[in-house]
Structure formats: structure tokens, C-alpha cells
Design a protein around this ligand. Structure first.
Ligand code: ADP
Length: 376
């Protein structure tokens, strides 16, 4: 079977690696020659996930289509699905999730807890003032890694700084950020992995470190899974989903957003779960039953981000030394070019307990660096 994926970044690349043992192949549609996924083992067709024509040509060559990014031409997918192309998640689900405001509205209508929000059309409160200050302004589409998200401090803040259509939501102060991966297939089988705790680089808004399972009460862990499954059901989601949540200071869980694809917060599952997020995604695409997602050990995952101050051909230092350690798993995304804060790879460190994994992860982090060859 030929599985087609729109986008050829590391998420497609890691899926390609996961399915090398099977008789199936993964083909990516990506505009850049030798995209990361192609270098990580996928076949590639050059083309744009935003172009209807390119998607049409691509769809003819695969048996099932999925995505590794939200910013795709969902209008084209809606037409193709009506013409009989198999798309997982469905084009309608992808279209709703792509527009953060529609996504939020669907969750609100289904009674899923999320931050209050306001726009001229869809809203959970009557006026912008009801959200209080500070508040958060978000682009409806196209944002990622914090691009398209602004925190507005007070009434004097300008509301017109985002170039695209946007909406507003209440600011959640001092929240702990969690994520839950959810798998759901056409037969109605559902699975989640253990919730993870995410620590972001606040300036760059890139995930820095992930802890699994985090030290949180069992009730919170259980609720996080339940709410996340509820969110995916509310979006009629079939496929693999990354659900990001806030745990508020008064212990309430709110959905931040849902991604219709493999997610950075599920990478540790390659080593720490009985079934990784990528193999489960494959199960769903292939109409196979879901397989167990039980956790085998604790894990800390950190992203290898391009060092600030350097740009150019990728230079990696410290890999040989890391090779000597047990329970340390290095994944490199084969990107030729490195710029500050670019995601170049990730490392998962496993351990019998979270504190063992944490300690080793800190040691490993200090040994490795990834940067461009030229100083800026
Ligand atoms: P992206 O899709 O770009 O990752 P998010 O909506 O996840 O955008 O927002 C990026 C980050 O901004 C979040 O991880 C969180 O740290 C912060 N953030 C987003 N929404 C809120 C909110 N309502 N209150 C507080 N912080 C928020």
C-alpha cells in the first residue's frame, strides 16, 4: 500500500522510519527538493500541499492520504474526498482544526472545557472586555510554534498587529502545559498515551523539554485523557491527534488546541510505549486494529534546537560521546541547513523513574550541540 502524506518534515520522516519494517511505502508531497522526510527514508513527489493541482496529482499515486501539518489546502481535500479519495483525518475535520476559531467553537459547542474566547462571529462571552486583561490574540490559520500568537497586556494594547484574521481568548496565568496523544479509528477504537508535561522556551515558543509521566495526581492524569478523547470526538476525529492542555493554578484542565497529526509531544513514545504514535498512525491509515499504548518506562524528551548566533550547513558536536550511554536515543532530522532555534532533532532518555531519566537527560543535554557553520 502507498501512504501519502502532505508535508515532508520530520513528522513524515519519523513515520517513514517507523514503517520501514512493513511492506508499505510512504510518499510525501513537499516543495523542497530533498526535504527532511525524503532524507529520512520516504519517497518524495515535489509539489505544494497548498496547491490543488499538486494534491490532485499526488492523490492519484497513493491509496490513502494524511497530513503532517495543518496549513494545507483543505478546500481541495474536501473536493477530493467527495470524489472518493480516502483521507484520514477527514477533510472536514482537517478544515475545522486548521481554523483555530472554528476549532474552538466546535469544542465549546460540545461542552469541552477551553478558554473563553471572543470574535465578532463565534464567541463564548458577549464582549472583548469580558475576557479580562491580559488577553491572547491568535491568528485563525497558519500559526505554529507561537507564530500568530500575541499576548496583549492592557487596554492600551493595539489590536491590529496580526496581519491575518484573528480572534481573542482569555489568558491563563501560570498554567502547567500538558499534552495527550489520542488515536481513534473508524471502528470506534480509542487509545491515549500517558499525558506529558511540556516546558517551552518562552522566548521562542518552541517545546524545549517533555516529561512523561509527569508528577501529577492520578485524577488529573485521568481527566486529561478523558477531556482529550472528548475533544477528538467533538471534532469527529479519526486518526492520530495531539491535544495540548492547560492545567490552571486551581487545578482545572482546559484544552488549548488540537493538532490532527503526529506531534512533538508524542516522540518519546517511540522508545517508552508499547506502540509509538507513528506505528499507531500507520495502524489507522492501514485499517488495522489499534495496538496497546501502555507505557514501558519514564521518559524525558528534549528537542535539539539550532544554537542562537549561528547559521549555515549543519554542524553537530558531541554525538560520539552520547553513543556510549544506555537508555539515550538520538533522532536527527537530516536537515542540511541550521538556523537559530530550528528543530534539528530530538533525544529521548528513558529511565525506571522520571527523576533518573531527568538526571541523565541534563547530563546528555550538556554534551551535544547543533548549530550552523557560520557565526551570524
Ligand atoms: P502554536 O500553535 O503556535 O503552538 P498555541 O495556541 O499553542 O500556538 O500557543 C503557543 C503558546 O502560547 C502556548 O504553548 C502557551 O505557552 C501560550 N498560550 C497560548 N494560548 C494561551 C492562553 N490562552 N493563555 C496563556 N498562554 C497561552
Amino acid at each position: 500500500m502507498k501512504i501519502g502524506i502532505l508535508g515532508g518534515g520530520q513528522l513524515a520522516g519519523l513515520l517513514a522510519q517507523a514503517i520501514t519494517q512493513t511492506e508499505d511505502t510512504l510518499i510525501v508531497l513537499d516543495p523542497s527538493e530533498q526535504c527532511p522526510a525524503a532524507l529520512m527514508g520516504a519517497s518524495q513527489i515535489i509539489g505544494s500541499p497548498s496547491s490543488e493541482q499538486d494534491i490532485r496529482i499526488f492523490a492519484k499515486q497513493v491509496d490513502v492520504l494524511t497530513v503532517e501539518l495543518e496549513n494545507i489546502n483543505t478546500e481541495a481535500l474536501i473536493k477530493l474526498e467527495a470524489e472518493g479519495v480516502s483521507i484520514i483525518p477527514s477533510a472536514k475535520t482537517l478544515a475545522t482544526i486548521k481554523d483555530k476559531l472554528l476549532q474552538k467553537h466546535s469544542l465549546f459547542e460540545a461542552g469541552i472545557p477551553a478558554c473563553e474566547y471572543f470574535s465578532n462571529k463565534q464567541k463564548s462571552v458577549n464582549s472583548l472586555e469580558d475576557l479580562g486583561w491580559p488577553l491572547v490574540q491568535k491568528s485563525r490559520t497558519g500559526g505554529y510554534d507561537g507564530r500568530g500568537v500575541l499576548i496583549l497586556r492592557d487596554v492600551s494594547s493595539r489590536l491590529d498587529l496580526l496581519p491575518e484574521p484573528s480572534y481573542f481568548e482569555a489568558f491563563v496565568p501560570d498554567a502547567i502545559e500538558l499534552a495527550v496523544m489520542v488515536a481513534r479509528n473508524k471502528e470506534g477504537e480509542e487509545a491515549t498515551w500517558e499525558p506529558t508535561r511540556l516546558e517551552f522556551d518562552k522566548n521562542q515558543n518552541v517545546l524545549k523539554t517533555l516529561y512523561c509521566p509527569p508528577s501529577l495526581p492520578k485524577t488529573i492524569m485521568r481527566q486529561a485523557k478523558q477531556i482529550s478523547i472528548g475533544a477528538v470526538r467533538a471534532l469527529n476525529g479519526i486518526g492520530l491527534f495531539g491535544v495540548e492542555l492547560f492545567l490552571t493554578k486551581d487545578n482545572r484542565l482546559l484544552i488549548n488546541e488540537v493538532a490532527p497529526r503526529a506531534h512533538n509531544s508524542g516522540h518519546h513514545s517511540i522508545e517508552s510505549s508499547e506502540t509509538s504514535q507513528f506505528l499507531q498512525q500507520y495502524n489507522i491509515l492501514r485499517s488495522k486494529p489499534l495496538t496497546p499504548t501502555r507505557s514501558k518506562c519514564s521518559a524525558v524528551m528534549f528537542n535539539l534546537l539550532g544554537e542562537p548566533g549561528f547559521v549555515g550547513r549543519t554542524v553537530i558536536e558531541g554525538i560520539d560521546e552520547i553513543d556510549k550511554f544506555k537508555n539515550v536515543f538520538v533522532h536527527l532530522y537530516e536537515k542540511f541547513h541550521c538556523s537559530p532555534h530550528r528543530k534539528m532533532g530530538h533525544i529521548t532518555v528513558t529511565g525506571e523513574t522520571l527523576s533518573i531519566a531527568k538526571q541523565l537527560a541534563e547530563e546528555i543535554r550538556s554534551l551535544i550541540s547543533v548549530r550552523g557553520e557560520n557565526q551570524i
